[in-house]
Design a protein around this ligand. Structure first.
Ligand code: ADP
Ligand code: 3PG
Length: 373
């Protein structure tokens, strides 16, 4: 029996490659093939998943993070579809993981400026295209910091999160630095720029924002979106994914980037569909399987492919919502790696997570051996 593992990283806990390997190490069937497909949807570890598929070299620069703190940041230089390509994972500079604890203060301070600096560095490497992966970010600035770094001026901006103070955005799309390369956004969600389904309300709470801050950020994003509509005739709220990474999706779209689903892109690059077609059992998962999972996250994407080829699929996670509504049609079995009540900090410990994942892999393989042939 050939088993394929394509589990998304458990954010803050373990990478996709490690989790896949843990399940495969636990799997007791010695005869079949064990296929490890590192996978991602745009969030943390996406560049690594692409690296496993394409190879390439890592370029490390003295960059900064979402709070303007100095930090060494790496991005991937590779070849994709015959073109010199940079893969910049926004979570490397702007990740929620980089904050000790997301609070209302961090969301009020955080900016996407550091991502613009990485894009500028990639442009100096003479690449023909840049893939910017979005997800797992700790900022919610409508992408204004990024635009500022690439040459836009933000009227009224004081400091910290530019969405709080910017009154007006000025930039000439013909002059922005990225006009010479093909820009691809690989977004992990399809949310719009503003509104109840938009960046601030949907993802601002996990970034520490309190309701009054989120309401203000959403109102400000609405003003910027209106201005963009008036001047550039682009309605960001009509663009699925413009609310990814706190609105960076919208900002990059404005710069002419092509928006694609992060999962679809990684799945194409890794040849996931073909590999699923050839496997007998599929294991997927993510840190927390919840109502958001069905909106383009890895386990849903893998499950859609498994369903297409009628392959049995099991999802594993660190924690899950009790109710998973429409998801159970695609993922009937969602199992936590944890066996008893446990605090979140202890649960997320790296080594234990991999050990428990291995044990769950072992249990699942035994289950398949008792099934009638
Ligand atoms: N080892 C673990 N055990 C229990 N819960 C975990 C573990 N790793 C991650 N989580 C939970 O998953 C959350 C991250 O969700 P995840 O699905 O990995 O990312 P995202 O939702 O950004 O795609 C963490 O905040 C935590 O609640
Ligand atoms: O805001 C972001 O960075 C994402 O697009 C959504 O975040 P998540 O994948 O960390 O939930």
């Amino acid at each position: 029996m050939d088993i394929l593992a394509a589990i998304d990283s458990f954010k803050g806990s373990a990478s996709s490659f490690e989790l896949n390997q843990a399940v495969l190490n636990g799997w007791e069937d010695r005869k079949g093939r064990k296929i490890n497909v590192p996978i991602a949807d745009g969030g943390e570890n996406t560049a690594e998943a692409i690296y496993y598929a394409l190879g390439g070299t890592w370029r490390t620069i003295d960059g900064m993070d979402l709070l303007f703190r100095q930090r060494k940041i790496s991005y991937l230089l590779t070849t994709w579809q015959g073109k010199n390509t940079a893969v910049i994972e926004s979570a490397q500079a702007l990740g929620l993981d980089l904050l000790d604890k997301p609070t209302d203060q961090t969301i009020r301070l955080a900016s996407s400026y550091a991502l613009g600096e990485l894009i500028k560095d990639a442009l100096l490497q003479e690449v023909e295209q840049i893939i910017v992966t979005l997800g797992g970010s700790g900022c919610s600035d409508g992408g204004l910091g990024l635009l500022q770094s690439l040459g836009a001026s933000l009227e009224g901006y004081t400091e910290g999160n530019p969405l709080l103070s910017t009154k007006k955005l000025h930039f000439d799309r013909r002059n922005v630095l990225v006009s010479k390369v093909k820009l691809i956004i690989a977004a992990d969600v399809t949310n719009p720029y503003t509104g109840q389904q938009g960046a601030a309300w949907q993802f601002g709470r996990q970034k520490g924002g309190i309701d009054t801050t989120l309401a203000f950020l959403d109102k400000q994003a609405g003003k910027i979106a209106q201005q963009i509509k008036d001047f550039w005739e682009v309605d960001l709220d009509d663009i699925p994914g413009s609310g990814a990474a706190g609105g960076i999706g919208g900002a990059l779209f404005l710069l002419g980037a092509k928006m694609v689903s992060g999962f679809d892109l990684v799945s194409q690059i890794t040849g996931l569909e073909k590999k699923i077609e050839q496997a007998d059992v599929i294991i997927t998962g993510e840190g927390r399987i919840d109502q958001q999972t069905i909106h383009g996250k890895v386990p849903y994407g893998v499950a859609v492919l498994a369903k297409k080829y009628r392959k049995p699929i099991i999802a594993i996670c660190g924690s899950r919502d009790q109710e998973l509504e429409g998801l159970s049609d695609f993922l009937p079995i969602v199992l936590s790696i944890h066996l008893g009540p446990i605090g979140l900090e202890e649960a997320m410990e790296h080594r234990q997570t991999l050990e428990k994942t291995k044990i769950l892999g072992q249990t699942l393989s035994r289950f398949f051996t008792i099934l009638p042939k």
